[in-house]
Design a protein around this ligand. Sequence first.
Ligand SMILES: [Zn+2]
Length: 150
Amino acid sequence: MTETCWFCKGNYEKGEGKSNKDLDIHLVHILDRTTTQSGAYINTKTKYQQTTITVPRCPDCAKKATAWGLKGAWICAGIGIVLGIIIALLEGGHGGPGPSALLPAFAIGGFLVGFLFGSSIRNGFEQAGAKRFPAIQTLIESGWDVSKNP
Ligand SMILES: [Zn+2]
């Protein structure tokens, strides 16, 4: 079945199972929240509705989060290596751990931080795009929120 990707407007063949890269957006709508107190205990009861809207997304767009993550990872790994070298040089004459111990730690640390940073920026853009999907926009306008939990 051919679908049109909401994000890039390109046509793609809808995959089955793991090759289905459509984006599921979970929304909740709080109807009522009541708090009751008995002694030291505070109970919050939340009445809510929830639903999931599927936004058509092609495999190429689905890959972008990883691609952005990797880009951020390599940039931050580079920064980590430079920092590692500077610290190693500063520590050099003072009996510090030395470059061999510091460099891999800084490079790996930078890579991990960069990956999280890059992919979360991309995910933010994707969320913002998904919120403009007509079915989701209509729900948001009538008081729903994009959220996993009420
Ligand atoms: Zn796409």
